[in-house]
Write a protein that binds this ligand. Sequence first.
Ligand code: AMP
Length: 119
Amino acid sequence: MDCVFCKIINGEIPNKKIYEDDIVLAFLDINPDSFGHTLIIPKKHYQDLADIDNDTLLHIMNVAKKLMLKMQDKLNCDGLTLIQNNGLIQEVKHFHLHLKPFYKNKKDKNLEEAYLLLK
Ligand code: AMP
């Protein structure tokens, strides 16, 4: 299957991994909307919210909670937005949850710096 996120999971495309377990992988978005913008994806290919099973979905939310605490601690973010796109506005057709840290004061979106703090 020609899926960019499956290729990341299979190690065919590099990624800035910040969390991994048997079920999910979390890595920095290559084109971040904010400093530390992260994606959580299931290792198994599910297309979208309609497709994903509830246990995996709950696990992803638990990982999001853990990563939010880590972002508060390591990035000093002032808030966090969760986004999950479906249908026409979903660019990559492999389920993913966006974690976008929010900052009161504008922050550089430097990927390498965020990676060093979160990895
Ligand atoms: P969506 O519109 O919700 O499907 O968003 C897809 C996201 O995947 C975008 O924010 C992209 O920047 C991100 N993305 C696409 N390819 C990669 C990649 N190879 N590594 C990290 N993030 C990626």
